[in-house]
Write a protein that binds this ligand. Sequence first.
Ligand code: AMP
Ligand code: ZN
Length: 478
Amino acid sequence: MALTLFNTLGRSVQAFEPRASGKVGFYGCGPTVYNYAHIGNLRAYVLHDVLVRTLRRAGFEVTHVMNITDVGHLSGDSDEGDDKMVKSAQERGKSVLEVAEFYAKAFFQDLQRLNVAPPTVICKATEHISDMIDLIKRIEARGCTYSAGGNLYFDITKFPAYGELARLRLDDLKAGARTEVDENKRNPHDFVLWFTKSKFENQALVWDSPWGTGYPGWHIECSAMSIKYLGETFDIHAGGIDHVPIHHTNEIAQSEAATGKHPWVKYWVHNEFLVLDKGKMSKSAGGFLTLQSLIDAGYDPLDYRYFLLGGHYRSQLQFSYQALESAKNARKSLLDRVIERINGLPPDAKPEKVSPGSKAETYLSAFNAALEDDLSTPRGLAELWGLLRDPEVSPADALAGAFDMDQILGLALKAEAEKRRGFEEPQELVAEIESLIAKRGEAKKVKNFAEADAIRRTLKERGIILEDRPAGTVWRRE
Ligand code: AMP
Ligand code: ZN
């Protein structure tokens, strides 16, 4: 496999070479669980899923680590604004941990509905405070910290490579165009490692530490937990594009300062934003769309997944219900193609692998090449369509190829087609339909076409479509 990925570190498409043969350590920044995930956030996790699935299908053993932020994330990523968790808990009259548990559960339900494979390790910030303290001690031992106003800060002047990922210029660093300035900071880009003097008087969760009782800054959790589960250096780190200038820049600074190893992470993968026609979607500004709101509007979560796959992760994607409607219709026709191919299978055929040298193999190779080319899911989808549509490809080869591609696309093609075709219908209904089909067959035999047509019509009214094929009559849901 020759996977290439656009590495934000270096800003170029690079050949993927894991640090240890056959194994990949992958960390994707997880959600801050103070509210539901919006559909923009979910774009990030579908990308992580496509990446992990691509690597696994190619035979890599992937350890996928995802954090849950339940402490320390302020509304501004550089230590300004309100504490997101505390504010949400106050508004809802609940404890921080209750809020975290509720929204984390909702988040994982969303991932499941989007057919995102569960991460190998899910780690909560509040359960890793001692790992963070240990890491901060290492940073301190390297002389990269200072205390001011009761908080412990990371001193970016002690880390000369600061800002490499984001290509920040030193003048920019000095200018520090921030809305709210923390007067304790020597440089506006210094950041908090540990808060003891919180500006929030009712800080709900605090822990003892060598720097006093308090709580961690936001960035340290990702460094501490990724190092704990993946080692001091690892292969891939992902997150939304908004994380490049602050969160990931700070993660690199503190991790490399602590371990002295460079590069901490070899490949940085960032997804562009999902935007609404009105502009940016944001969890804190309210008025955002959730997966549940799409479901309530009559869409299947996999319609949304299909919509996401239709855009390349490095391009902004504009959401509209019109675009989602097109995705829904496209997915429906795709499933119809799959059903058509299933119906066309010879009785004992088992589509497992495409036949060597077949035209299906050409589509499959083109699909693989598209995904290997920085995860081009739009081109991958086009190959899937080509394969299922091509009359020169046999049903068995078309299905084998499509199910193989689906290991990455995650559209659950087989299960969804079977559902649509009616395999999962109640047994009594299946028996009833089959007996009506038999009755219609008998009617046709004796040329009683009026009765045959009446049976077809009655079923149509109930949303069941009959199709006459050389091998017999088959049925499917409309
Ligand atoms: P948060 O829960 O706010 O920490 O964000 C979770 C993930 O969603 C992060 O990787 C963000 O970079 C990403 N993200 C936030 N907003 C969007 C958006 N509108 N489109 C795509 N990704 C986003
Ligand atoms: Zn992170």
